[in-house]
Ligand binder design. Structure first.
Ligand SMILES: [Mg+2]
Length: 169
């Protein structure tokens, strides 16, 4: 079982995941974390920028789904209903179960799938264990609370390694 905490790409935020980048990476299914990836946790409904981004990906033939560990099914449900996309809730990342379920629902194999998220120990680790691309973003709206600030600092070295590798590709 592969074990790596190094994301394949680190981006400032989700809007940098463009149809052109996904085409280059061969990605047809994009699994997205919700909190701090597509919206700060304090935001309860998707905004216009998120709708527009999703529309661009849809038009390019990319399937987008949410893969969330959020304890509130209502929050994930509301977001996905507004966006018109499917989701796997209580995903238990970094377990491979949710990743497999999402890929099975979409009918798209691991080679054409990527995970987009802000946390190494859940989003990135689960993606690497599942054999899919791990795209990492900085926490949207910035880290909130002491624990998230500490986590953010601890994640820095792995992100730095990823950025160095990308520059030498
Ligand atoms: Mg998150």
């Amino acid at each position: 079982m592969p074990f790596s905490l190094i994301p394949h790409r680190v981006l400032a935020q989700y809007t940098q995941v463009t149809p052109a980048l996904l085409k280059k990476l061969g990605v047809r299914l994009l699994l997205c974390d919700l909190d701090y990836t597509l919206a700060p946790k304090s935001v309860s409904r998707p905004d216009g920028a998120l709708h527009a981004w999703l529309e661009e990906l849809r038009a390019a033939g990319v399937t987008v789904m949410i893969l969330s560990n959020n304890r509130s099914s209502r929050r994930v449900e509301t977001f996905c209903r507004d966006l018109g996309i499917r989701y796997v809730g209580h995903a238990g990342k970094p377990s491979r179960r949710g990743y497999r379920e999402a890929m099975a629902q979409a009918g798209i194999p691991p080679e054409a799938t990527a995970m987009l998220g802000d946390k190494l120990l859940t989003d990135v680790l689960g993606a690497r264990r599942s054999g899919i691309l791990a795209l990492m973003v900085e926490p949207l709206g910035g880290p909130v609370g002491v624990w998230n600030h500490v986590l953010h600092l601890l994640q820095r070295p792995c992100k730095a390694i990823s950025k160095r590798r990308c520059m030498t590709l």
